[in-house]
Design a binder for this molecule. Structure first.
Ligand SMILES: [Zn+2]
Length: 310
């Protein structure tokens, strides 16, 4: 399994969890590589070019210009960060990591998974940023997978971040991407939307036990045959209502079900904040649990697949 990251993911001067934590998760992957076999890789140059051209094609030109130049400043800082040139670099590299992971994952037909240490995606639509989100790598990734990759049926975005993926919904609706469905389990109503058609949004207010039951029920109700790629937005910000252990169990549920259905999956980090965890190291440790959960499930299914394919 390969996880994509390079130091441009943390290029902005504005220091916040979203612009810093991926480096700590990357360090954990490198430090434990001998033991886990999980590889860290920078997005390849061809995917940097691809990400840039997709951002230019799919996003409003005024927003693209603002991200590149900082003008107008209200649009350039609509993600909630002070603008500098690192914002554009972060957006391009973080998006490139998602599409590089999709490319690698789709090469393997049987339950393959890769990830990108991208975060700050699902509140951004194609016209502006919001809520620490700059460019919606989930929507751009889904577009890439369908138009240039192997996802010729539908793409399922599983968004289990604490907050709702209203930016993703707005993005895919305004571009007519009706071959993307979103399964959204949130614990907070921020960025909510009306989930019509095959989209599903649940804002869960109960305890950890019922949260995990809800996650299980939602996953069980999916018509998996409709999809040929899953993108998982693995936010860890339902904490502290949901414990670190509960989040790890949730991730195992998700990966387990996806692999049972032998679908390829790409995951990203999404929300997770020092304000809830106390230190950024604890935030990184908990995100690393998502990486480990995917690897554990891969270990379970490896005997049933060609070992080289995973
Ligand atoms: Zn969130």
């Amino acid at each position: 399994m390969t996880i994509y990251w390079d130091n441009k993911y943390v290029a902005p001067e504005h220091a916040f969890d979203t612009t810093r934590k991926s480096e700590l998760v990357a360090d954990l992957i490198v430090e434990t590589h001998e033991e886990t076999g999980i590889a860290l890789a920078a997005p390849k140059i061809e995917f940097l070019g691809k990400a840039e051209s997709l951002i230019e094609t799919l996003l409003d030109p005024k927003y693209v210009e603002a991200l590149r130049t900082g003008v107008p400043i209200s649009l350039a800082s609509s993600n909630g960060f002070e603008w500098d040139e690192g914002i554009w670099d972060m957006a391009v590299h973080s998006t490139a990591g998602v599409i590089n992971a999709i490319y690698e994952t789709e090469k393997r037909p049987f339950g393959s998974v890769n990830g990108s240490l991208s975060s700050g995606l699902h509140h951004a639509d194609n016209k502006r940023g919001m809520g620490f989100c700059t460019v919606n790598g989930l929507a751009v990734g889904a577009y890439y997978a369908h138009t240039e990759g192997h996802a010729k049926k539908k793409v399922l975005i599983i968004d289990f971040d604490a907050h709702c993926g209203g930016g993703t919904m707005s993005f895919i609706t305004s571009l007519g991407m009706d071959w993307v469905d979103q399964l959204d389990l949130s614990t907070n109503g921020f960025d909510s939307y009306v989930a019509a058609g095959n989209h599903e949004l649940v804002i869960h207010r109960g305890d950890e036990r019922s949260y995990l039951q809800e996650a299980w029920s939602l996953l069980d109700a999916v018509e998996w045959d409709d999809y040929d790629l899953v993108l998982y937005n693995a936010g860890i910000d339902p904490h502290p209502r949901i414990s670190v252990n509960g989040l790890a169990q949730r991730d195992e549920l998700v990966f387990n079900r996806i692999f049972q259905e032998t679908l390829p999956c790409v995951f990203v980090l999404a929300g997770g904040y020092t304000s809830s965890y106390g230190t950024i190291e604890e935030v990184a440790d908990t995100h690393f649990n998502t990486v480990l959960a995917s690897e554990r499930i891969l270990d379970l299914i490896r005997p049933f697949a060609s070992s080289k394919s995973l």
